[in-house]
Design a protein around this ligand. Structure first.
Ligand SMILES: Cc1cc2nc3c(=O)[nH]c(=O)nc-3n(C[C@H](O)[C@H](O)[C@H](O)COP(=O)(O)OP(=O)(O)OC[C@H]3O[C@@H](n4cnc5c(N)ncnc54)[C@H](O)[C@@H]3O)c2cc1C
Length: 457
C-alpha cells in the first residue's frame, strides 16, 4: 500500500507536470524504504493485449499519447490468437461494412499477407459464420506486434496488475513483473482483460451471473479419413464407453455429446467446458486442467477405434477460450431489447452485428437467434464506462450489457471497434483534462473517422 506522504508527493507530480513514457519519477518516491517505486508515468495504460486491448493501444499510440500495454501472456491477440479463435466477425451487415478502423485494417492485412481472399460481403450469407474472416494466428499476432511498435506503445508482456489505486487525475497501477512488483502511473486506464479484472481491483461493481456459457479448447485433429469412418459404430461405442464409465460424462460434454461432429470439425471450435469461472486464476486453471484431461481421455479412446489408429492432435490452443465471465455495471447498459431493435444510442461509438448466440450452460448446443433484416445495433459510450468512474474504461466482452445482448456483443469485430473507441475517449479525456463521460463527442467522432472507424448514424 502506498503511504499518505508518498501519495501526496505522487499526486503533486501528476498535477504538476508530465513525464516522458518510461521516465522514473523523483528520487523521494524511488527512495521510500520498503515501498514499490513508481517507475513510469503514462497518459494511457491499457491492460490486456487481446482482441480489444491491442487495438486500443495501437490507436492511443497513433494519437501520440504515452501509452503502456500490460499483458499476462507473451503475445498479443488474446482470444483471437492465444485461444485460437482466429475467425473474427462480423464487420459487415446486410451487404455493407459496419465496422472498419484499425481492427479491420489489421485483419484484412493478415489475409492479404497470406495471399488469402476475403468473402464477398455484398452477398448476405445464409449463415453468419460465412462472413467471419479467418486469419493466420502467427501473422495476425506479428502484425499486432509491428503496429504496436510503430505506434510507439510501451509493451509489458508477462505482467499482471496486482493493485489499482485511483487518484484525482488518474491511477497508480501496481503490477507484478517477472522480477517483482512495480508501480506505474496512468492518466486513464482501459481495462481490456475481458474479465474486468482492473475494474474489480479499482473497486467498481461488476455484474455476475449464476449461469455462464461454456468455454472451448480449440484443437486441430489430423491423421484420419473422415469419410471412411463408420460413424454409426463410433457413436455406439462412444456412448457405451460413457455408460460403462470408461469415459466420463464430462468427456461426453467436452465433445458436445457428438463424437462424430467433433471428428467432422477436426476439433475446431467444437468442444465445451462447463461450469467454469474464467475470471479468476483458480477458475481459469480448472478450465485448463479439466479440458486437457477430457481431451486425453477422448484421444486415447479414439485411437483404439478402426480408422483412427493414426489420429493426431496437430494443434492445441495454449489457453482454453472463455466466452463469458462478468460485465461491468456501466453508465449505460445495453439490453436484449436494445440489441435486437437496433437501438441507435445518442452517443453511439460503434456498430455491432451478430446473432444472439448463447451456448447452453450445460454444454452441447447453442441458442442462435439472427437479427431481423436491416437491424444493426450500436454501442453507447456509457457501456464502456464503469458507473461513477471518471477516467476508467472497459473495452471488450465485459462491456455493460445483459446476458442476451452480451452473447452477441462479445464477438471480435465489436470488441475491436470498442477498443478503438475507448482509446479515443481516453485520449480526449487526457487532452481535455476531464472525465471520459464529459469529453466532447464531436471531437471523438472526428478522430474515429480520421482513423477509418465507422461512426453510427
Ligand atoms: C470458443 C470461442 C468461440 C468464439 N467464436 C467467435 C466467433 O466465431 N467469432 C467472433 O467474432 N467471436 C467469437 N468468440 C468471441 C470472441 O472471440 C471474444 O469474446 C473476444 O475475442 C473477447 O475479446 P476481449 O478483448 O474482450 O478479450 P480477449 O481477447 O480474451 O483479451 C483479453 C486479454 O487480456 C489478457 N488478460 C486477461 N486478464 C489479464 C490480467 N489480469 N492482466 C493482464 N492481462 C490480462 C489476456 O491474456 C488477453 O490477452 C468466441 C469466443 C470463444 C471463447
Amino acid at each position: 500500500m502506498v503511504s499518505n506522504t508518498r501519495r501526496e508527493f505522487l499526486h503533486a507530480s501528476i498535477v504538476g507536470g508530465t513525464l516522458a513514457a518510461g521516465e522514473a519519477v523523483g528520487k523521494e518516491a524511488e527512495a521510500s524504504a520498503g515501498e514499490i517505486p513508481v517507475k513510469a508515468g503514462y497518459d494511457i495504460a491499457v491492460v490486456g493485449a487481446g482482441t480489444a486491448g491491442a487495438i486500443a493501444a495501437i490507436q492511443a499510440g497513433r494519437l501520440g499519447l504515452r501509452t503502456v500495454l500490460i499483458e499476462k501472456n507473451g503475445m498479443p491477440g488474446g482470444t483471437t490468437t492465444v485461444a485460437a479463435v482466429n475467425f473474427p466477425g462480423l464487420f459487415h451487415a446486410w451487404g455493407r461494412q459496419v465496422i472498419a478502423g484499425i481492427g479491420w485494417e489489421l485483419v484484412s492485412r493478415a489475409v492479404a499477407e497470406c495471399g488469402g481472399q476475403l468473402p464477398d460481403f455484398t452477398v448476405v450469407p445464409e449463415r453468419h459464420p460465412q462472413h467471419q474472416v479467418r486469419v493466420n494466428r502467427a501473422v495476425y499476432a506479428s502484425l499486432l506486434c509491428e503496429a504496436l511498435q510503430q505506434a510507439g506503445v510501451s509493451v509489458l508482456f508477462h505482467t499482471i496488475p496486482a493493485q489499482v489505486e485511483e487518484q484525482e487525475e488518474g491511477f497508480l497501477l501496481t503490477v507484478c513483473t517477472k522480477t517483482g512488483l512495480e508501480t506505474l502511473r496512468a492518466g486513464v486506464v482501459i481495462d481490456a482483460t475481458g474479465d474486468a479484472n482492473v475494474v474489480g481491483l479499482a473497486g467498481y461493481p461488476l455484474v455476475e451471473h449464476d449461469t455462464l456459457q461454456p468455454g472451448s479448447l480449440i484443437l486441430t485433429l489430423a491423421g484420419y479419413d473422415f469419410d471412411a469412418l463408420d460413424k454409426e459404430h463410433l457413436r455406439k461405442v462412444f456412448q457405451e464407453a460413457v455408460e460403462k464409465g470408461e469415459l466420463t460424462p464430462e468427456d461426453d460434454t467436452f465433445v458436445r455429446r457428438n463424437i462424430v461432429g467433433f471428428l467432422a470439425a477436426r476439433g475446431d471450435n467444437c468442444t465445451h467446458v462447463t461450469n467454469i469461472n474464467g475470471r479468476t486464476s483458480t477458475g481459469r486453471s480448472e478450465a485448463e486442467l479439466r479440458s486437457r484431461t477430457c481431451l486425453l481421455h477422448v484421444y486415447r479412446f479414439l485411437r483404439r477405434q478402426p480408422g483412427l489408429e493414426g489420429l493426431e492432435i496437430a494443434f492445441m490452443a495454449p489457453e482454453c477460450g472463455i466466452r463469458e465471465t462478468v460485465t461491468i455495471q456501466g453508465e449505460a447498459t445495453i439490453t436484449h431489447e436494445d440489441y435486437v431493435s437496433g437501438r441507435l444510442w445518442q452517443d453511439a461509438v460503434c456498430y455491432s452485428f451478430y446473432p444472439i448466440d448463447l451456448h447452453y450452460a450445460r454444454g452441447g448446443g447453442i441458442d442462435t437467434r439472427p437479427l431481423q433484416p436491416g437491424t444493426v445495433p450500436t454501442v453507447p459510450r456509457g457501456a464502456l464506462v464503469p458507473k461513477g468512474s471518471r477516467r476508467l474504461l472497459a473495452a471488450g466482452r465485459c462491456l455493460s450489457s445483459d446476458r442476451e445482448a452480451n452473447s452477441a456483443l462479445r464477438v471480435q469485430a465489436t470488441c475491436m471497434a470498442c477498443g478503438q473507441a475507448a482509446a479515443v475517449l481516453a485520449a480526449q479525456a487526457v487532452r481535455e483534462n476531464t472525465g471520459v463521460m464529459n469529453v466532447d463527442m464531436k471531437g471523438v467522432y472526428e478522430i474515429l473517422r480520421q482513423h477509418r472507424a465507422i461512426v453510427p448514424g
